[in-house]
Design a protein around this ligand. Structure first.
Ligand code: NAD
Ligand code: MG
Length: 394
């Protein structure tokens, strides 16, 4: 039997991870109900989800969308409470009525609600990797103090979580090996990346994802953010976290032990596996993902990442080694750069150039409080905005 119903707060419900989460939730009405759904400003999409999942609360982060949300809920005849603004995200993340929080907002915009869920002792399904990059130490501390269970759902970290010793220790672990698909431009040299378009960058060979993480995958910054994420979640130094390119995206990551054993988690590239794992842990439930057909796959390939063509991965290691708030500078500069690239205001090669210039110009500084980190985040965004005018145009 499934046990008592779990009530889920899904932050970032209208996104790619949001949709995959609801797909799994809908398969198990005996296990899960939806307590809260949030979106940035896409009210129509949020209302469609409210009509289907009947949450207790619906949140729009953009306060100007609140009247439309109220009207829409009334028109549907739903008793769902309509909330708006960043504080409302924190409120539903900490609400005692919700036992599970899925952190699926994109970017640093998710950090406060992720921390609120950790502080409130939730089962926290962590997709919002930028919040770990920005405030990893604070997040882990909040989870310890609040008694939260962090279940990584980024596929690589979910794989590592599954392959680490069951007692939660690190005994005998030599290295973590994060796999990277290499993205849509794998195999190209730097000169061949000049002039690539946002649509080309977002055409990922294996995964269907939001546009920001798709660009991050194309620059390899996604893997850089994931190295920093792994450092916080698993407590191993950067020197013991390596990246290997595996174009098929079937081996989601590996743990290398001192006796020579290497444990891997495999599966079709579909986020529903990691989400089902997090939702039901320590049990296993059907996720809707097709069984793996190894004979049809026939082969697995591996190669080293090309740091000359894709400098973002090296920049992430640099920020991790610098420590303090340097990862916050890296993350903010990357968010500004990716947004400018998607708007046609910065070329693809301008992304690493801008991030490097920000890391060169901003010392980072201490990372002791969220206020301090958000201040650094804002400074780095201003700096990136100033520098962008001088960078490579598409
Ligand atoms: P997405 O762009 O598809 O969805 C983002 C969600 O965040 C939407 O619901 C949007 O309304 C909300 N949002 C955007 N800006 C916001 C703001 N300022 N305030 C509040 N809400 C806001 O993104 P996604 O691909 O679902 O990714 C979500 C997170 O999960 C990212 O951190 C990403 O790195 C991580 N992740 C995604 C995948 C994937 O397969 N898509 C895999 C691993 C990790
Ligand atoms: Mg990932």
């Amino acid at each position: 039997m499934a046990g008592p119903l779990k009530t889920i707060a899904l932050l970032g419900a209208t996104g790619s991870i949001g949709g995959s989460t609801l797909d799994v939730v809908a398969r198990h009405p005996d296990r899960f109900r939806v307590g809260a759904l949030s979106a940035n400003g896409r009210v129509d999409e949020l209302l469609r989800l409210c009509a289907r999942f009947r949450p207790d609360a619906a949140v729009v982060a953009d306060e100007s969308a609140w009247p439309a949300l109220c009207d829409g809920l009334a028109a549907l005849g739903l008793p769902t409470r309509a909330l708006a603004g960043a504080a409302a995200l924190d409120e539903v993340a900490a609400d005692p009525a919700n036992d599970t929080v899925v952190a699926a907002i994109v970017g640093a915009a998710g950090v406060a609600s992720t921390l609120a869920a950790a502080r409130a002792g939730k089962r926290l399904l962590l997709a919002n990797k930028e919040s770990v990059v920005l405030a990893g130490d604070l997040l882990l501390q909040a989870a310890r103090e609040g008694g939260a269970t962090i279940l990584p759902v980024d596929s690589e970290h979910n794989a590592i979580y599954q392959c680490l010793p069951a007692d939660g220790g690190r005994q005998g672990v030599r290295r973590l090996l994060l796999t990277a698909s290499g993205g849509p431009f794998r195999g190209r040299r730097r000169a061949e990346l000049e002039g690539v378009t946002p649509d080309q960058a977002c055409a990922h060979p294996n995964w269907s994802m939001g546009r920001k993480i798709s660009v991050d995958s194309a620059t390899l910054m996604n893997k850089g953010l994931e190295v920093i994420e792994a450092r916080h979640l698993f407590g191993l130094p950067a020197s013991r976290i390596e990246v290997v390119v595996h174009p098929q995206s079937v081996i989601h990551s590996l743990v290398d032990y001192v006796d020579g054993s290497v444990l891997a988690q495999l599966g079709n590239p579909d986020m529903r596996t990691a989400l089902a794992y997090g939702l039901a842990w320590p049990e296993r439930i059907d996720s809707g993902v097709a069984p793996l057909d190894l004979a049809a796959l026939a082969r697995f390939d591996f190669e080293k990442p090309d740091l000359a063509a894709f400098p973002c991965l090296g920049l992430a290691y640099r920020a991790l080694e610098a420590g303090g708030a340097a990862p916050a500078v890296l993350n903010a500069a990357n968010e500004v750069a990716v947004s400018a690239f998607l708007q046609g205001k910065l070329g693809f090669l301008g992304i690493p150039d801008l991030i490097q210039a920000c890391l060169d110009a901003h010392p980072g500084g201490p990372a002791d409080s969220l206020e301090q980190l958000l201040e650094t985040d804002a400074e780095a965004r201003r700096l990136a905005g100033d520098l962008i005018a001088r960078m490579r145009r598409p």
